[in-house]
Design a protein around this ligand. Structure first.
Ligand code: AQP
Length: 326
């Protein structure tokens, strides 16, 4: 029996290099060795203000993005969260075992409620409980995510433990799997790469767009002139080299930076070429999928069908344990 993996991304418009390195590249590594379920978490995306008319297109685009990044639907299950209504049902059961104080402590809740101070809803507070339900509905043991999501996976473990203590051992305690791109900083070199901060490179950007964005990105702040020696260890551009460039190239760039043998623009040029090379197949597959709506809908339908079956089984078990089955 392969261990089960679950992860998801919100359909909020754009897949960026942070999502790719923090999550999707790690998903692809697990395709052949694990039973992988990847979700488009639309119910999470509606916890902040959004445009309903745009949502159907965003969901399809997220699915196309997954597939374009190498999440091969023949080797895993891809589905849309709201197509399997048991996610919200299980979240409600979990709401009855998890204290409110646990949720009020969540970093993402604090950040998002500051960001959307006019829109601090129950959905925003309850986000991690729904996320626990997403994972535990499938009794997934491994959750590949970026560092920002580790606290939520810890909460999912708390939920599983509390439910099991109260009603019997139904749920495994899932573990976060954080890969080498755990926390990608944005082009400002300070905050996490994210859509809302507009400090990202999208996975579908052209080589020209990648270069345009990188050319103004922040490097070692102490290196002011071309002739100054730099420190790759504090340079965000070099941290991206670590994820996109070969070991030999990293060593040459680091040496060139430390000795002022190369300038920041030279260093960025090499990085831009390497990112563009790795993302070229993603961009091409994404463009090819544009005209294949029926194919994508088929993948999502099939995914919802398989997930619905597993979900119904778990819900039956949970209800029986809770005394809700007659
Ligand atoms: N900068 C990042 N570095 C590493 N991993 C990241 N992830 C997101 N940003 C980074 C990982 O991507 C997965 C999807 O998370 P999400 O659906 O919560 O993505 P997101 O939060 O919508 O991405 P943004 O751009 O950060 O959204 P906004 O700006 O709306 O808050 C997760 O595994 C996450 O860890």
């Amino acid at each position: 029996m392969k261990k089960r993996v679950f992860s998801g991304i919100q359909p909020s418009g754009i897949l960026h290099v942070g999502n790719y390195l923090g999550a999707i590249r790690n998903w692809v590594e697990l395709l052949d060795t694990h039973d992988c379920i990847f979700c488009i978490v639309d119910l999470h995306a509606i916890t902040v203000p959004y445009e309903p008319a745009e949502m159907p297109g965003r969901i399809l685009d997220a699915a196309a993005g997954y597939i374009a990044c190498g999440v091969d639907p023949a080797r895993c299950t891809i589905f849309v969260q709201s197509d399997v209504h048991e996610h919200t049902e299980l979240a409600w059961y979990f709401n009855t075992v998890i204290p409110v104080a646990y949720l009020e402590r969540m970093t993402q809740y604090k950040e998002k409620s500051a960001q959307f101070s006019e829109h601090v809803t129950m959905g925003l507070l309850d986000y991690p409980v729904l996320q626990a339900a997403d994972i535990l509905l499938y009794k997934a043991e491994i959750v590949p995510v970026g560092e920002d999501q580790v606290q939520h996976i810890e909460l999912a473990r708390d939920v599983a433990r509390k439910f099991n203590n109260r009603y019997g051992g139904i749920f495994p305690e899932p573990a976060a799997r954080v890969g080498s791109g755990a926390r990608i900083l944005g082009l400002d070199g300070q905050a996490k790469m994210s859509k809302t901060l507009d400090n990202y490179i999208a996975v579908t950007e052209t080589p020209e767009e990648i270069w345009r964005k990188l050319s103004t990105a922040v490097t070692d702040p102490a290196r002011k002139r071309r002739t100054d020696r730099g420190n790759p260890d504090v340079c965000n551009i070099f941290s991206l080299h670590r994820l996109f460039s070969s070991a030999g190239e990293q060593a040459r760039v680091a040496e060139g930076c430390r000795t002022a043998g190369i300038g920041c623009l030279d260093c960025k040029r090499i990085l831009a070429d390497n990112i563009a090379r790795e993302l070229a197949p993603v961009r091409e597959r994404h463009a090819a999928l544009k005209g294949k709506r029926d194919f994508i809908e088929g993948v999502l339908r099939e995914g919802a069908c398989r997930c619905g079956e597993i979900a119904r089984g778990t819900i039956r078990e949970a209800k029986a344990a809770m005394g809700l089955l007659r």
